[in-house]
Design a protein around this ligand. Structure first.
Ligand SMILES: *Cc1c(COP(=O)(O)O)cnc(C)c1O
Length: 452
């Protein structure tokens, strides 16, 4: 029998708060390892806090998603959404699995090129593409998804000087029964704007309309919304076929599938209510298959899935800085990471596990980050086993958006470690240092010295 760990004595105020049918407790087992690598060892070697990415989980999640679509439809292509996580190592895992790149800025575009993605397998989305950006995309034969009329006119004008055709699609926004409609991007379906844009493109010799695109929202709890979106894109495609005798190569349904994170305010756990990848795949593929395309004119279905493919593969490891009591008696725990690193804690109640053995006692507590700022709250209310200074915690499902939206504020950003298929660890992004931050500053000569 192993010796039981010491636990500090505690006095607990009884709370008659809301519980679900399982009571208030959520943590039953500690998370002591990730893909066979001890959490303690990762922290010793790479510091705390530290992001961890599992190559195994990425590849498995991707393969499962691809299978859900490929078993239902013959022509499917994923394009990795760079903004969701644009670490080169992460992007290249997706590219090794066969994914194209989906980018929304020239910075991301250059990242994709630099990673070795062929120009014609980069989808260039987003509302802000300069004339020079468009020119580069045309020269590389990338897929330009036009967002608004000003972009269309800019591109049309630019093409006068280029001895080549531009491969384009338009982004379409539409009513899918989920509100608010994301109508700030693209051309509207219902009011005829999309059809107008299509006709303008079709009448331009240098513009080759190859597909149609939409991205109806993010964390979409309705699979049926995708069925409506797919139908509306198919409808436009068939009108193009009838009027212009042109067969489109693809329809792109964008991203937006849920990850298993739990939204704030949700009564049930995310994992229990989100549609499965099969639900999304069934909604999209059956709509396109049943629409009435001739067998040889079936469009490729492109998917730009972001969060659903990467969230599960990321963890944030951290440590307890202190525990204290608030004036109203509540327990507060201060951690060494906050909203600076965990941007998604603004809308998710992230699952957080202790990384060491614990007993059956648990406490209601607030989890704070280390920032000297009142909004730095990781969880407003969570029931966790007793935590002590220097204990470690593991935050689950942080692979999407945190490593791109994190901010350098008060503290510098930590290391990111990848665990490969063999369980070996690699630093895939170094931690920032004082030198990193100072490199970009320029101090005018008259501000170099002072005496106080
Ligand atoms: C952000 C984005 C995605 C990925 O969205 P998820 O909700 O993470 O799946 C895909 N396409 C476009 C155009 C985007 O802006």
């Amino acid at each position: 029998m192993t010796k039981q760990t010491y636990e500090r004595p505690f006095i607990q105020k009884l709370n008659t708060g809301t519980m679900n049918k399982f009571g208030t407790r959520t943590e039953y087992t500690p998370v002591t390892q990730i893909d066979g690598v001890p959490v303690k060892k990762i922290i010793e070697e790479y510091g705390s806090p530290c992001f961890v990415i599992s190559e195994k989980t990425i590849r498995k999640t991707y393969k499962d998603a691809l299978r859900a679509f490929k078993t239902r439809y013959p022509k499917v292509q994923f394009a990795w959404s760079y903004k969701t996580n644009y670490l080169n190592s992460v992007c290249n895992i997706f590219h090794q699995e066969g994914s194209w790149a989906e980018v929304v800025s020239i910075f991301e575009y250059e990242k994709a090129l630099n990673n070795g993605v062929p120009g014609n397998k980069i989808i260039f989305n987003g509302p802000e593409k300069s004339r020079a950006d468009l020119q580069k995309a045309v020269e590389n034969e990338s897929l330009i998804h036009i967002d608004h009329f000003d972009e269309l006119y800019e591109l049309t004008d630019l093409m006068k000087n280029i001895d080549k055709k531009a491969r384009v699609a338009i982004r379409v926004n539409m009513d899918t029964g989920v509100y608010p409609i994301w109508d700030r991007f693209g051309f509207n379906y219902e009011n005829g704007q999309a059809w107008n844009a299509i006709n303008k493109i079709m009448s331009q010799e240098k513009l080759d309309l190859v597909g149609l695109h939409c991205h109806i929202g993010t964390y979409m709890l309705s699979a049926n919304a995708y069925s409506i979106a797919a139908w509306k894109l198919c409808d436009l495609a068939s009108h193009i076929r009838n009027k212009w005798s042109k067969t489109l190569q693809y329809i792109d349904l964008g991203g937006g599938f849920c990850s298993a994170n739990t939204l704030k305010g949700s009564y049930l756990q995310g994992a229990d209510i989100i549609p499965t990848m099969d639900d999304y795949a069934e909604a999209i593929t059956s709509t396109v298959l049943n629409f009435g395309f001739k067998a040889n004119e079936l469009p490729t279905i492109i998917l730009e899935t972001g969060r659903a493919l990467i969230d599960d593969a990321g963890w944030l490891l951290g440590s307890v800085v202190a525990t204290k009591r608030l004036s109203d008696g509540r327990r507060a725990t201060i951690l060494d990471f906050g909203v600076n690193l965990l941007f998604t804690s603004f809308w998710y109640n992230h699952k957080i596990s202790p990384a060491q053995e614990f007993s059956f006692h648990s406490e209601e507590m607030v989890l704070y980050g280390p920032l000297c700022m009142n909004i730095d709250v990781i969880r407003e209310n969570i029931s966790l086993p007793l935590l002590n200074k220097n204990d470690h915690v593991v935050v689950h499902r942080v692979g999407a958006y945190n490593m791109t939206q994190w901010m350098q504020f008060i503290h510098m950003r930590p290391k990111i470690v990848l665990i490969d298929m063999e369980g070996k660890t690699h630093v895939v992004r170094e931690h920032e240092t004082f030198e990193t931050m100072n490199r970009y500053e320029k101090n005018p000569a008259h501000l170099k010295e002072f005496s106080i």
